[in-house]
Design a protein around this ligand. Structure first.
Ligand code: SAH
Ligand code: SF4
Length: 341
């Protein structure tokens, strides 16, 4: 059992309560106070007996928090939060505001092992996986500043499926009605496409939405853009997505970053249509955001429009993702950009 109570799922808290000869409802108090009422200290969980609270404290159990160290506001309403984590680790989260929605984009790792050449995070050294607490805390801290988060995207720093257990435990925790009660249809995990983990996700008892970063119509281009493209071929990824879809019946979002002269040609759009035909997908085209040292340029708006038209005319629902937060380096792929040497 993890001594940081915030890292434990409801069932794990139940095990802790039972191991301490407590009634099952004590686990519910623990969970509710930690994840709904933001208790900072075990002693604040007053419905629990003083003896049980003292026991937990003496045995070294804690309730962790992360530290908000910086806040940057973009004129378009985007806010970037910088958090300090134990061990000199820094991560970022981004709040995006729509008329009726408060979306938070959160990080799952400090750095990333996947090595995408067009992504600032991918250029940072990988430090470590975030704990479950460090993932859910990004939501709790953002809510203190900007009110209830009602839409959550795992699209910040790191590859969520490379930190599978902690990420899934965070989804379960945030979705729990005794916690934040965030609707599962309002939680999206974005992955660069790890086939084994996609299959594992399909079998999971909890089903967030899935977005897959494809970025190329063939392995040749993909493996130039993404180091992980050398390990997993498009064939393997598409097979895992077909199997995911036959198990879950869920539509998948395909993310495709538009890079000038690299993956944005008419032929590329046609190949992409063939690739995606067997799947039920919608495509998000993202104009490349640059950062210091980025060797690529974004496609022109006209090129993106043409590319989108080919997909749409072939019956693939396609949108061009509205870009925001660029003045504070909070747009897709720019997280960590300010720390690049
Ligand atoms: N690791 C996950 C989630 C984090 S990245 C993934 O790769 O899916 C979130 C999204 O931003 C991904 O679709 C990613 O490909 C995209 N992205 C990365 N760098 C970008 C850049 N420079 N400009 C635009 N989008 C970028
Ligand atoms: Fe990692 Fe995603 Fe960036 Fe690739 S795009 S380096 S997988 S965070």
């Amino acid at each position: 059992m993890d001594k940081d109570l915030k890292n434990n799922s409801y069932n794990e808290l139940l095990d802790i309560a039972i191991a301490h000869q407590q009634k099952p409802f004590c686990a519910k108090y623990l969970f509710t106070f930690i994840h709904q009422k933001d208790a900072a200290d075990i002693n604040d969980i007053t419905p629990l007996s003083k003896t049980f609270r003292n026991q937990l404290t003496e045995e070294g159990f804690t309730i962790s928090r992360i530290t908000l160290s910086e806040r940057h506001d973009d004129p378009d309403g985007t806010i970037k939060f910088v958090f300090d984590l134990p061990g000199g680790v820094r991560i970022e989260s981004v709040r995006l505001k729509d008329d009726d929605r408060n979306t938070l984009c959160i990080s799952t790792q400090a750095g990333c092992r996947m090595g995408c050449k067009f992504c600032a995070t991918g250029r940072l050294a990988f430090q470590r996986n975030l704990t479950t607490s460090e993932i859910v805390e990004q939501v709790y801290q953002a809510e203190r500043v900007c009110g209830r988060i009602d839409n959550l995207v795992y699209m910040g720093m790191g590859e969520p499926l490379d930190n599978f257990d902690n990420v899934m435990r965070s989804v379960e925790t945030l979705n729990d009605k005794n916690g934040r009660n965030l609707g599962i249809r309002h939680i999206t995990i974005s992955t660069c496409g790890l086939p084994e983990q996609i299959k594992q996700l399909a079998l999971s008892s909890i089903q967030p939405r899935l977005a897959v970063s494809l970025h190329a119509p063939n392995d040749e281009i993909r493996s130039k853009l993404m180091r992980v493209g050398k390990t997993y071929r498009l064939d393997d990824i598409l097979t895992s997505l077909k199997s995911y879809q036959s198990t879950t019946g869920k539509r998948i979002t395909i993310e495709y970053c538009m890079i000038d002269g690299v993956n944005d040609q008419i032929d590329h759009a046609r190949s992409l249509v063939k690739l995606l035909r067997p799947l039920k997908v919608n495509v998000n085209l993202i104009e490349l955001n640059t950062f210091p040292g980025c060797r690529y340029r974004p496609s022109s708006p006209e090129q993106i429009r043409q590319f989108a038209e080919i997909l749409s005319n072939s019956g693939i629902e396609t949108i061009i993702r509205f870009k925001r937060g660029r003045s504070i380096k909070a747009a897709c792929g720019q997280l960590g950009a300010t720390w690049l040497k």
